[in-house]
Design a protein around this ligand. Structure first.
Ligand code: ATP
Ligand code: MG
Length: 553
C-alpha cells in the first residue's frame, strides 16, 4: 500500500537539483556531537538525512562533530552508533571532524594569506563589547590591522602551544557592521589545552563550530547539509567560508527541530537528570533518549513512523507525546504476543472442576498475526482474576463477575459465580464458581453467550513479576520554558512499581520480545531482570488515558 505523499520542501529542492543536473547523486550527513546520548529529536534528523539518502539513491555519512574536547567521550560515540543502527540505518562512511584538523588548519592559513583572518589578543569580554548590538555596528580593534606575516606567525605559535587558553583567538575578517552578528568577525579558532578523545594532545587549538562544520561538509562533498532552524543566521558564514576558500559548495538547509511535550530535549539538560540521579541513567525508560525508548519497549518501526508522521516543518512547534505513543501502540498491536497477567488478584475456586486435575489450553500469541503461533496455558480448579473484575453488588450493565453472573475466562470456559467466601474481617477469601464444561473456547457447544471476557491465570503456576509503570517525566507541557529551574517541574510520580502474576509462558521472555498483557497495555522485559526475578516495563497503556481525561473534562 503506497500512499501518495506530497514532497517536503527539502525533497522538492533535491528533486530540482537532480533534475537540473546540479548533482548526479546526493550525499547527506548526520553530524552528532559525541557529548551525550541521542534523543528522539536526533531520531528525527537521522530519519530525515538517512531517509533522503535512501529515497534518492544517494548516501549518508555519519560524522562525529568532535571539535570540543572537554565534553566529548568515546562512550557517547559508541552509543550513537548503536542507536543509529538500531533505528535501521547504515552510514556510507564513519568520519570525525577531528580527522580534518590538519586540513582545517590549512584552510585557516589560507584565509590569513588572503587577508581574511587575523589573530586577536582581546579577551572574550572585550570582543563581545566591540561586537556592538544588533542595532549598533561593532568596531574593529588594533589587532585587525596585523600583517599577513605576523598573523601567520602568531597562528603557528598558537598551534605550537606558546599561549595559554583564552590568550588569543583567530577571527575571520568580514564585516563589523553586518546586521547579522555572526558576520562580525566571528571566532574561527580558540586555544584549549585539553586532551581530545581521538587526537589526544596533538592539538591545543580547536576550530569553532562555524569553521569546522561547513568545511567538513565540503571536504566530504556533502550536497545537502540539513540542520535545525537556529542555524539560519549561521548560513551566510557557512557560505562565506566556502566561497573564500574556493572549496566544494555544500549547501545548508534548515528545518524545525522536534520538540515533544512533557519532556526536555537538550543533551545538557538530559545530562543533568542523569548526573543528579533524577533518573537511573541515559537509558532510563522515562528518558526521551533513543536508548531509553528502546528499553521502554519502543520499536525502531514505531519511531520511524512517528518521524514520518510529524513531517518536515519550517516552523518550530511542540509535538504531543501522545502521537509517539499512538505510533508504538499501532506497531505493538501488530507484533506483540498476548499474555495474561493479573495485577491485583482474588482467588476463584471452580467447585465443579476435579481436584488435582490440570488441563492445557492453547491461545493464539497474536490474533493480528496468523503466523505467531500459540502458547499453552494451564487451567485447573483454582485460578486468579483481577479484583477489579468482581463486584459483590453490581450495577446494571456490569458484564464482569458478580454473584449469579456468568463471564468467559479468556481462551478457557464460561464460569458462573455461585458464592462469595469471606474472611473473618469481611474481606473476600475466594469466589466460588462453577464452570460450563461444554463452553470451552474453540469448541463451545453450550449455546450460552456472555458479554464479559476476563483475563486470568492458573493459581498453582502463576509467575510473580515486577511491573514498572511509567508516567510523564514532567508535570508541565514545556518544562524548559517555565520559570526557574526545569527540574522543579519533574513529576514525582513518574514511576510506580507494582506486582503481577503472569501465566507461565512469560518465563521464556527475552529482552527483545514485546508483549500485550491482555486488557492492560504493552510491556517488555527489563534488563534489570535476573534468573529468578522478572521485571517488566510498561511501554504504553492500551488506550490513551490522557485523551480520555480531556474528553471527560
Ligand atoms: P542538543 O541541543 O540536544 O544537545 P544538538 O543540536 O547540540 O542537540 P548535535 O549532536 O549537534 O546535538 O545534533 C546532531 C544533529 O541532530 C544536528 O544536525 C542537529 O541539528 C540535529 N538535532 C538535534 N536536536 C534535534 C531536534 N530536537 N530535532 C531535530 N533535529 C535535531
Ligand atoms: Mg549541536
Amino acid at each position: 500500500m503506497s500512499e501518495e505523499k506530497s514532497l517536503n520542501f527539502i525533497e522538492e529542492i533535491i528533486e530540482e537539483d537532480l533534475k537540473n543536473g546540479k548533482y548526479k547523486s546526493i550525499l547527506t550527513r548526520f553530524p552528532p556531537e559525541p557529548n551525550g546520548y541521542l534523543h528522539i529529536g536526533h531520531a528525527k534528523s537521522i530519519c530525515l538525512n538517512f531517509g533522503l539518502g535512501i529515497k534518492y539513491n544517494g548516501k549518508t555519512n555519519l560524522r562525529f562533530d568532535d571539535t570540543n574536547p572537554v565534553t566529548e567521550d568515546t562512550e557517547y560515540v559508541d552509543s550513537i552508533k548503536e542507536d543509529i543502527q538500531w533505528l535501521g540505518f547504515n552510514w556510507a562512511n564513519e568520519f570525525y571532524a577531528s580527522d580534518y584538523f590538519e586540513q582545517l588548519y590549512g584552510f585557516a592559513v589560507k584565509l590569513i594569506e588572503k587577508g581574511l583572518a587575523y589573530v586577536d589578543d582581546s579577551s572574550s569580554e572585550e570582543i563581545a563589547k566591540q561586537k556592538g548590538t544588533p542595532t549598533q555596528p561593532g568596531v574593529r580593534n588594533e589587532f585587525s590591522n596585523r600583517s599577513v606575516e605576523e598573523n601567520l606567525q602568531l597562528f603557528a605559535d598558537m598551534r605550537a602551544g606558546k599561549y595559554k587558553d583564552g590568550e588569543k583567538v583567530l577571527r575571520a575578517k568580514i564585516d563589523m557592521s553586518s546586521p547579522n552578528m555572526h558576520m562580525r568577525d566571528p571566532l574561527m579558532y580558540r586555544i584549549k589545552h585539553a586532551h581530545h578523545h581521538r587526537t589526544g594532545d596533538a592539538w591545543c587549538i580547536y576550530p569553532m563550530y562555524d569553521f569546522a562544520h561547513g568545511q567538513s561538509d565540503s571536504i566530504e562533498n556533502i550536497t545537502h547539509s540539513i540542520c535545525t532552524l537556529e542555524f539560519i543566521p549561521h548560513r551566510p558564514l557557512y557560505d562565506w567560508c566556502i566561497e573564500k576558500l574556493e572549496i566544494f559548495p555544500s549547501k545548508q538547509y534548515e528545518f524545525a527541530r522536534l520538540n515533544l511535550n512533557y519532556t526536555v530535549m537538550s543533551k545538557r539538560k538530559l545530562l543533568q537528570l542523569v548526573n543528579e540521579n533524577h533518573v537511573t541513567g541515559w537509558d532510563d525508560p522515562r528518558m526521551p533518549t533513543i536508548s531509553g525508548l528502546r528499553r521502554r519497549g519502543y520499536t525502531p518501526e514505531s519511531i520511524r513512523e512517528f518521524c514520518d508522521k510529524i513531517g518536515v516543518a519550517k516552523r518550530d512547534n511542540l509535538i504531543e507525546f501522545g502521537l509517539l505513543e499512538f505510533c508504538v501502540r499501532e506497531d505493538l498491536n501488530r507484533i506483540a504476543h498476548r499474555r495474561m497477567v493479573v495485577f491485583n488478584p482474588i482467588k476463584v475456586i471452580i467447585t465443579n472442576y476435579p481436584e488435582g486435575q490440570t488441563e492445557t489450553l492453547h491461545s493464539e500469541n497474536n490474533p493480528e498475526d496468523p503466523n505467531s503461533g500459540a502458547r499453552a496455558i494451564p487451567f485447573s480448579r483454582e485460578i486468579l482474576i483481577e479484583a477489579d473484575d468482581f463486584m459483590e453488588v453490581a450495577p446494571k450493565k456490569y458484564f464482569r463477575l458478580a454473584p449469579g453472573q456468568m463471564v468467559r475466562l479468556k481462551s478457557a470456559y464460561i464460569i458462573k459465580c455461585d458464592e462469595v467466601v469471606k474472611n473473618d474481617d469481611g474481606s473476600i477469601a475466594a469466589i466460588h464458581c462453577s464452570y460450563i464444561p461444554e463452553s470451552k473456547s474453540g469448541s463451545d457447544t453450550s449455546g450460552i453467550s456472555v458479554k464479559g471476557t476476563l483475563h486470568w491465570v492458573n493459581a498453582a503456576d502463576a509467575v510473580e513479576v515486577e511491573v514498572r509503570e511509567y508516567d510523564r517525566l514532567f508535570r508541565v507541557e514545556n518544562p524548559a520554558s517555565e520559570e526557574g529551574d526545569f527540574k522543579e517541574y519533574i513529576n514525582p510520580n513518574s514511576l510506580t512499581v507494582v506486582k503481577g502474576y503472569a501465566e507461565p509462558a512469560i518465563q521464556t521472555a527475552t529482552l527483545t520480545d514485546r508483549f500485550q498483557f491482555l486488557r492492560k497495555g504493552y510491556y517488555c522485559l527489563d534488563k534489570d531482570s535476573t534468573a529468578d526475578k522478572f521485571i517488566f516495563n510498561r511501554t504504553v497503556t492500551l488506550k490513551d488515558a490522557w485523551a480520555k481525561e480531556v474528553k471527560k473534562g
